[in-house]
Design a protein around this ligand. Structure first.
Ligand SMILES: Cc1cc2nc3c(=O)[nH]c(=O)nc-3n(C[C@H](O)[C@H](O)[C@H](O)COP(=O)(O)O)c2cc1C
Length: 209
C-alpha cells in the first residue's frame, strides 16, 4: 500500500473480529514502530503484547473501577454521564480485541532541562522550551504502528483513556514504577467500517504558504 493511501485510509477501529493476529504480523507492525525517529535516538519505548483475554478483561475491569471512583468527583451531571458512557465503551473496548499493544515509555532526562532548572525556569516554562521529547518520540512510534497495521489490513486505535487505570495496569502487567504505559492499541481484523472523521482544512491550520 502506498504511504499516502495508508495515511488517508487509516481510521480508528473499535470493533474487531475474533480472528487472531499472527505473531509474524504483530512483529512486522512493531518493527515499523521501532523505526520511528526519537530524540537523541534514545528510543524510549517498549511494546507489551497482550493476547490473553483474561488479562485484557482484568485491565478493563481496572478501568471501570477507576472510572467508578472518578464519577462522584465529576463537576456536573453531564460530565458524570460522559464518564459513565466512556466506561461502557470508549475506554474499555480494547478488551474485545484479539491482541493489544501496550506502549510503555521509559523516563527520558534531558541534561538541558537540569540546566534550565538551575537557571530558575519553572516547570511550566521548561515544558515550553523542551516540550516532552520522550513522549513525542513514542508518539512517532505509535503512528508508525497504526499505519503499518492499516497497511496490513488490520484495524487499530490509539487509546489513552484507559490509562486512568495506570496503577492497576502496572500491577496486572508488572512493568514497574520506572516505566509508564502511554497508550493502549487494540489490534485486529476490523468488524466495522466507520466513515472518515472530518479534518480542519489546510487553509485553517497552515501559515506561510
Ligand atoms: C492521543 C490519543 C488518544 C486517544 N484516546 C482514545 C481513547 O481512549 N478511546 C478511543 O476510542 N479513541 C481514542 N483516540 C482516537 C481518537 O478519538 C481518533 O483518532 C479521532 O477521533 C480521529 O478519528 P480517526 O482516528 O478515525 O481519524 C485517541 C487518539 C489519540 C491521538
Amino acid at each position: 500500500m502506498d504511504l499516502f493511501e495508508a495515511i488517508e485510509g487509516r481510521k480508528s477501529i473499535r470493533r474487531f473480529k475474533d480472528t487472531p493476529v499472527p505473531d509474524e504480523d504483530i512483529k512486522k507492525i512493531l518493527d515499523a514502530g521501532r523505526r520511528a525517529p526519537s530524540a537523541n535516538n534514545v528510543q524510549p519505548w517498549t511494546f507489551l503484547v497482550v493476547k490473553d483475554r483474561s488479562v485484557l478483561k482484568r485491565m478493563a475491569d481496572g478501568v471501570r473501577e477507576m472510572v467508578d471512583r472518578m464519577i462522584p468527583h465529576a463537576g456536573d451531571e453531564r460530565q458524570a454521564q460522559r464518564l459513565a458512557a466512556y466506561k461502557g465503551n470508549f475506554y474499555v473496548f480494547f478488551e474485545n480485541a484479539p491482541a493489544c499493544i501496550v506502549v510503555l515509555m521509559a523516563p527520558y532526562g534531558l541534561s538541558s532541562v537540569t540546566i534550565l532548572e538551575k537557571m530558575g525556569y519553572s516547570a511550566g516554562e521548561i515544558e515550553r522550551l523542551r516540550p516532552h521529547p520522550g513522549l513525542q518520540s513514542v508518539s512517532a512510534a505509535i503512528q508508525n504502528i497504526l499505519l503499518a497495521s492499516h497497511a496490513l489490513g488490520y484495524g487499530a486505535c490509539w487509546m489513552t483513556g484507559p490509562l486512568v487505570a495506570q496503577e492497576q495496569f502496572e500491577t496486572i502487567l508488572g512493568y514497574g514504577k520506572e516505566k509508564a504505559a502511554v497508550a493502549v492499541i487494540p489490534l485486529g481484523v476490523p468488524d466495522e467500517f466507520p466513515p472518515a472523521r472530518a479534518r480542519k482544512p489546510l487553509e485553517e491550520i497552515v501559515q506561510g504558504l
